[in-house]
Design a binder for this molecule. Structure first.
Ligand SMILES: NC(=O)c1ccc[n+]([C@@H]2O[C@H](COP(=O)([O-])OP(=O)(O)OC[C@H]3O[C@@H](n4cnc5c(N)ncnc54)[C@H](OP(=O)(O)O)[C@@H]3O)[C@@H](O)[C@H]2O)c1
Length: 340
């Protein structure tokens, strides 16, 4: 078995491919997957930088999702052997062989490639929880999608357009033409323009109904102000903390200092008719049955051509360092994958 390890906290170069002495065997309730693709998520990058509290102690093999074929199973699960699957992994997904509990396993619909499969769980489950489950987005409402060119951003745009909403996206300028073609109605280059001012202009001064914000810090403060009456702000990440490619105490403290710790108090929310909620898919392990229902809906939407995972680029395992650079250089439009 080959795995990609975070050997210590630091820049992408701390990632190393290592060969394990033997392949893992599925324990009771588990199947073993020959991995054909592993998803790279921003959380892996924060983890590599030593900024992700959920990551088990370093050295560690990161990775939340894989797609491949089951090649062995514990007693009673033989039906799975030979099937093409997608799985959520509780870390350890950067590997060419993984064992996972059957609850975290999803049969891949006929015709869905391993690349599409590996691009789906984290991005689409997160977007679904933000937009449908907690954000309650409705036809003709306006949603502001930050990091619109990222994996979650593109998933969110597809779901929001399907619901009949208007999408305003923020992204680096080089991505705008392609994101427009992918369905984003209005784009803001938040690195050169103030997104709050621009979004207010775009909405004729009204503000927006739903905001999906994984940037955090000052961005949450501005987003809250930008909400229209009955608007909702979904906080689901803190990418602003990744100021460089290695951990910077001063950079992190600056971002933490800009979080509006006291602004969203109950009386303030009530008086303003605004809602604030948070999403962390990595803390939903106790809700797998619900997530399985979301997966059924999303696989149906995939069959209808609504859900279309966009692969930005695939990297071989020995190019994992470049994969992390590629994301941190803000070059990805869509999902970045590792293939063994
Ligand atoms: N809470 C959850 O359950 C959950 C689940 C999945 C993802 N997330 C969060 O959602 C965000 C997007 O995740 P993703 O996996 O979809 O990532 P991704 O697609 O790979 O997004 C990377 C993009 O984020 C933008 N970005 C914003 N700040 C950045 C920074 N400081 N350094 C580098 N890039 C930055 C860049 O695009 P632009 O320059 O175009 O903005 C970059 O291309 C991340 O913050 C992640 O932690 C949260």
């Amino acid at each position: 078995m080959r795995q990609i390890w975070i050997t210590r906290a630091g820049p992408p170069e701390v990632l190393e491919v290592k060969e394990a002495a033997s392949d893992p065997e599925p324990k009771s309730g588990e199947v073993r997957i020959r991995v054909e693709a592993s998803g790279v998520n921003f959380a892996d990058i924060l983890g590599r930088m030593g900024l992700y509290p959920d990551l088990p102690p370093i050295p560690v093999v990161p990775g939340y999702e894989v797609a491949g074929r089951v090649d062995a199973a514990a007693a009673g699960l033989d039906d799975w052997v030979g099937r093409d699957v997608v799985a959520m992994t509780r870390f350890g997904g950067y590997a060419d062989i993984v064992c996972v509990p059957v609850k975290q396993l999803f049969a891949r619909p006929a015709g869905m490639s391993a690349l599409e499969g590996a691009a789906l769980p984290v991005n689409y489950f997160t977007a679904w929880q933000l937009i449908v489950v907690m954000g309650g987005l409705k036809r003709n409402e306006t949603v502001l999608v930050h990091s619109a060119g990222g994996g979650v951003g593109i998933a969110a745009t597809q779901i929001a357009k399907h619901l009949g909403a208007r999408v305003i996206g923020t992204a680096s300028a080089a991505k705008h033409a392609e994101l427009r073609a992918l369905g984003v109605d209005d784009l803001i280059d938040y690195r050169t323009e103030d997104f709050e001012t621009r979004a207010r202009q775009i909405t004729g001064g009204r503000g927006v109904d739903l905001i999906l914000d994984p940037v955090g810090g000052e961005s949450w403060r501005k987003g809250y102000r930008l909400l229209a009456p009955a608007g909702r702000l979904g906080a689901y990440g803190l990418s602003a903390a990744a100021a460089g490619k290695a951990r910077s105490l001063i950079g992190t403290l600056t971002v933490l200092g800009r979080i509006p710790w006291f602004q969203f108090n109950p009386l303030g929310l009530m008086g303003a008719n605004k809602g604030v909620f948070g999403v962390n898919l990595g803390h939903m392990w106790g809700e797998i049955d619900r997530i399985r229902e979301w997966a059924d809906r999303l696989f149906d939407l995939w069959k209808q051509g609504v859900v279309k995972p966009k692969i930005a680029k695939t990297f071989r395992f020995n190019e994992a360092v470049q994969a992390h650079h590629f994301i941190q250089d803000r070059r990805n439009i869509g999902k970045v994958l590792l293939v063994p």
